[in-house]
Design a protein around this ligand. Structure first.
Ligand code: BGC
Length: 381
């Protein structure tokens, strides 16, 4: 009888423990013993996880609408967790206010370090000041954080180099330096609130402006300035709309030869517009550039409906960013290779620039498949 009462009591205690969640272990053990196991379970966390540092890194990403940011987020999470950091990863779906609130919540939730890829690089000044006030260091991820002195380091790709690589690809493909032909071209540039977009444009025009000036390249819409060709929030729909407008407004008689776009999403938009206007791959299809070497873009390159993209190895970028997180949290020295280019209006942010690589149908196997970024199977699906 006594035994039965004891066992009933134990069952009741266990049920209470479960009902209140009883700590991090959630082993189903009674509440008092669950506390004892918490250190073990949260520190261990599987064979490839390091012991917990007890520090929390919050990662604010701009959007899941484009594949690259999904990869960036999961790479960062995985690499930080492998070093024993707790990670709070959030996406703002290109909504500036949502990103501000997410970062406020990260600060309130006790983040030890913030990694931010901004939706709008200048819109976070207040929340960045709050982080500084709370002693939380900030690392800018891929996009420079503007007008703030709260940022410690910046990990990115050589953004001007991306533009130069796109320009050089066009120059070499069409042999612009030697040809007696003229080629029509339209431009689809990035978001005006993203410093990367301006740098890309500058790099691109450094190569192409002489050919616009001497008439080898002809932009029939007349839209060649950054102000006239930038596309807010990198919207694929706007790129498609712009391309449709150019095709109907300026290319009823002449064909469009080159879509100089700054993003794979824009290349998809142009592709849809060109298909709608009756262009055919392998016949009168233009040269179309892009950026990010997304899976779909790489498939399109193989199929011929996109000509090239800029491959940015997001694994490498995450590695570099993680060294910066460790630097601010553990006092180590991150590798820096640029102390000049990235002036955000308040300071020149010490940066690491990864190297972007142009990929097309001739080199994608060597760079992308052999580099382990996508498998042949993924590309064939
Ligand atoms: C990134 C590009 C990306 C673009 C749109 C830029 O800030 O540098 O890689 O294509 O945002 O997401």
């Amino acid at each position: 009888m006594k035994k039965r009462v004891l066992s009933l009591m134990l069952t009741a205690i266990m049920a209470m423990g479960l009902a209140v969640g009883c700590g991090p272990a959630d082993t189903g053990a009674p509440a008092d013993t669950a506390a004892d196991t918490s250190a073990e379970t949260s520190d261990d966390g599987g064979a490839d996880k390091a012991a917990s540092t007890g520090k929390k890194v919050a990662v604010a990403m701009p959007t899941q609408s484009s594949e690259r940011w999904i990869n960036d987020g999961s790479n960062m999470k995985q690499k930080l967790e492998a070093l024993g950091y707790e990670v709070d990863l959030q996406y703002a779906e290109d909504d500036v206010q949502a990103q501000v609130s997410q970062i406020e919540n990260m600060i309130a939730a006790g983040a030890d370090c913030l990694v931010i890829a901004a939706v709008d690089s200048s819109a976070l000044v207040n929340v960045e000041a709050q982080a500084k006030e709370a002693g939380i260091p900030i690392i800018a991820y891929d996009r420079l954080l503007m007008d703030t002195d709260a940022v410690s380091y910046y990990a990115t790709f050589d953004n001007k180099g991306v533009g130069t690589a796109i320009g050089k690809y066009i120059e070499e493909s069409k042999d612009l330096a030697n040809t007696s032909e003229t080629y029509t071209i339209e431009f689809f540039m990035g978001s005006p609130d993203d410093n990367n977009a301006v740098m890309l444009y500058n790099g691109l025009m450094e190569v192409l402006q002489p050919y616009l000036d001497d008439g080898t390249l002809v932009c029939k819409s007349g839209r060649t300035s950054f102000e006239d060709t930038c596309i807010l929030r990198w919207s694929q729909e706007t790129a498609q709309q712009n391309c449709e407008n150019y095709l109907t407004g300026f290319y009823a008689n002449d064909k469009l030869d080159i879509c100089a776009t700054a993003f794979d999403g824009f290349a998809y938009g142009c592709k849809a517009a060109l298909e709608g206007a009756g262009y055919k791959v392998g016949e009168d299809w233009p040269l179309i550039t892009g950026q990010d070497a997304e899976l779909m873009a790489t498939k399109n390159i193989i199929a011929g409906s996109q000509t090239m993209s800029i491959y940015k190895d997001t694994r490498l970028l995450a590695d570099k960013c993680v060294t910066m997180v460790q630097a601010v949290l553990e006092g180590s020295e991150p590798e820096i290779n640029d102390k000049e280019q990235y002036d955000n209006g308040k300071l020149v942010v010490p940066s690491y620039l990864c190297t972007p690589v142009a990929v097309d149908k001739d080199n994608y196997k060597k760079i992308i498949v052999d580099g382990g970024y996508y498998t042949e199977e993924q590309l064939a699906e």
